[in-house]
Design a protein around this ligand. Structure first.
Ligand SMILES: Cc1ncc(C[n+]2csc(CCOP(=O)(O)OP(=O)(O)O)c2C)c(N)n1
Ligand SMILES: [Mg+2]
Length: 398
């Protein structure tokens, strides 16, 4: 039985592109002739799911060669993109806030493998890779980071405001935790309109201690809204370790009357399984909490070297033992789905794609002044003025 990897709106753009690219590369390099790309494979994920008030999903996860190569390609591209963003920030092509996602890639690709673009996602400011997962391009992210026209928000949002309305990506939100009640509102819309879709409201371990999360959870549970409250537990909120800020760091169990599952967030297959299970559950029963046990390699943002509140050994230990890309590489090699050289070729292709996108983003123009009015009001009021930072100089006037 073949897996239906690419059904209608099943994460189509990124996945189709990725699969097509992987297949083309595979063909050039001659490994496509092996097991068929979509042939079903079953992999046992090593870390058991921990649960609160619910039976766990199976640790036996269905996948395929195409999916595993897709995971590898997507995660590698995300990693390259974030590393490129780091360099561009340091050389002042990117300014302002910038929070990188490297280390957490498995959450993004595993989640997208279980959802389709009619399902909605809303997240915080660590959103570059989420945008790629929703079908965005590296150019859209890079140009947005530089404040240029080809950015997904036309260069007016920046790092914390990636959006893709067409694919139900509601951002990109800078106020910690505020995205969670908004996500519950999106889930309310889905239920009200009788849609067969869920909303993933993502938040961090720091945000998990906020009151608004519990208010949103209450109403979601009361009205059985199809919302997956997804805590990306990277174990730090800025420079504060979880044990300093949370009485109970068992975030999956903090919904009290709402069931929860703790997932190895460094394992794309475990993440996929949890979201597949979660989507079915939430459509039938209402909200579910998913805690993704993950890790960020970079500091909190570009202004944080990330080494004063944790040891270098901690970071290198996670890289060696839990890195999400290396895990999939090992799996692909152990199942003999591709050779090390084939994977290197995919890496080379991803680097080329990111480099090209960076060049294109650099040469993309800045947004015209008159566009600064767009997307602020639905009807721009008369006498609308934008001031410079000193409040003296009027930058734009209607
Ligand atoms: C309401 C509010 N309070 C404080 C901040 C400053 N702030 C930005 S990120 C952050 C830490 C959040 O950590 P976490 O939720 O774990 O997410 P992570 O950065 O680890 O992804 C804080 C305190 C903010 N942006 N909004
Ligand atoms: Mg955190």
């Amino acid at each position: 039985m073949a897996l239906r990897l690419v059904s209608a709106r099943m994460g189509p753009f990124l996945r189709q592109r990725t699969l097509a690219a992987a297949a083309a590369l595979a063909q050039q390099r001659g490994f496509a002739a092996a097991a068929s790309d979509d042939e079903k494979l079953t992999v046992t994920v090593p870390v058991p799911f921990k649960t609160h008030k619910i039976d766990p999903p199976s640790q036996e996860v269905e996948t395929s060669k195409a999916e595993l190569l897709g995971f590898f390609t997507d995660m590698y591209k995300m990693r390259r993109m974030e590393i490129a963003a780091d360099g561009l920030y340091k050389s002042k092509f990117i300014r302002g806030f910038c929070h990188l996602y490297d280390g957490q890639e498995a959450v993004c690709v595993g989640m997208e493998a279980a959802l389709n673009y009619d399902d909605a996602i809303i997240t915080a400011y660590r959103d570059h890779c989420t945008h790629l997962g929703r079908g965005g391009t590296v150019l859209e992210v890079m140009a947005e980071l530089m404040g240029h026209r080809d950015g997904c928000s036309q260069g007016k949002g920046g790092s914390m405001h990636m959006y893709n309305k067409q694919h139900n990506f509601y951002g990109g939100n800078g106020i910690v935790g505020a995205q969670v009640p908004l996500g519950v509102g999106v889930a309310f819309g889905q239920k009200y309109n009788k849609l067969p879709n869920v909303t993933v409201a993502m938040y961090g371990d720091g945000a998990a201690n906020q009151g608004q999360l519990f208010e949103a959870l209450n109403i979601a549970a009361l009205w059985n809204l199809p919302c997956l409250f997804t805590c990306e537990n990277n174990h730090y909120g800025m420079g504060t370790a979880e044990w300093r800020s949370a009485k109970s760091p068992a975030y999956y169990a903090r919904g009290d009357y709402v069931p929860g599952i703790k997932v190895d967030g460094m394992d794309a297959l475990a993440v996929k399984q949890a979201f597949k299970f979660g989507k079915e559950y939430a459509l039938q029963n209402g909200p579910l909490m998913l805690e993704m046990d993950t890790y960020r390699y970079h500091g909190h943002s570009m202004s944080d070297p990330g080494s004063t509140y944790r040891t270098r050994d901690e970071i290198s230990g996670i890289r060696q033992e839990r890195d999400p890309i290396e895990r999939i590489r090992k799996l692909i090699l152990s199942l003999e789905l591709a050779t090390a050289a084939d994977l290197k070729a995919i890496e080379k292709e991803s680097k080329r794609e990111v480099d090209e996108a960076v060049d294109a983003a650099k040469s993309s123009p800045q947004p015209e002044e008159k566009l600064l009015y767009d997307h602020i009001h639905s009807g721009t009021p008369a006498n609308f003025q934008i001031y410079g930072a000193d409040r003296q100089h009027v930058t734009v006037k209607l």
